[in-house]
Design a protein around this ligand. Structure first.
Ligand SMILES: C[S@@+](CC[C@H](N)C(=O)[O-])C[C@H]1O[C@@H](n2cnc3c(N)ncnc32)[C@H](O)[C@@H]1O
Length: 121
């Protein structure tokens, strides 16, 4: 299926669809610090809609490949989204990019891929 993920998530959430697992792997929404606030709104909207559609115990695999979005920013966005939809999120695992894209200590931008695997309770 090919669709705009924002529209699809909205339509499916409105239709009351429910899932056991949802994977969100969007393109980089922020390419500079200037676009960070708008990007965080996009990440939040997408994650919030997915959280709404997960059954209790459902799994959310959610990613950001924006190098300006730090792990803490990403976690804070997910926390806010969960609060807005009155869901609790248990972080099961944090992942990053594969080893052929090394993370250089002192160069936070090189940790560009954040991937959280969460259980929605
Ligand atoms: C990080 S890649 C995902 C890669 C995928 N997980 C894989 O393993 O092949 C992001 C993808 O989202 C697509 N995309 C960008 N904007 C989109 C939108 N509004 N709705 C749906 N897909 C979109 C891009 O074309 C790109 O293929």
């Amino acid at each position: 299926m090919e669709a705009n993920a924002f529209d699809l998530l909205k339509d499916y959430a409105t239709a009351g669809r429910q899932y056991d697992i949802i994977v969100l792997d969007p393109p980089a929404f922020a390419r500079s610090r200037k676009t960070l606030p708008a990007a965080m709104r996009g990440y939040k909207e997408m994650n919030l809609r997915a959280m709404k559609m997960l059954r209790p115990g459902g799994i959310l695999v959610t990613c950001s490949c924006s190098f300006v979005v730090g792990e803490d920013d990403f976690a804070a966005m997910l926390t806010e989204a969960a609060q807005d939809v009155h869901r609790s999120v248990k972080l099961l695992e944090k992942r990053a990019q594969a080893k052929d894209h090394p993370i250089l200590l002192g160069v936070p931008e090189t940790h560009y891929l954040k991937c959280f695997i969460c259980e929605l309770t």
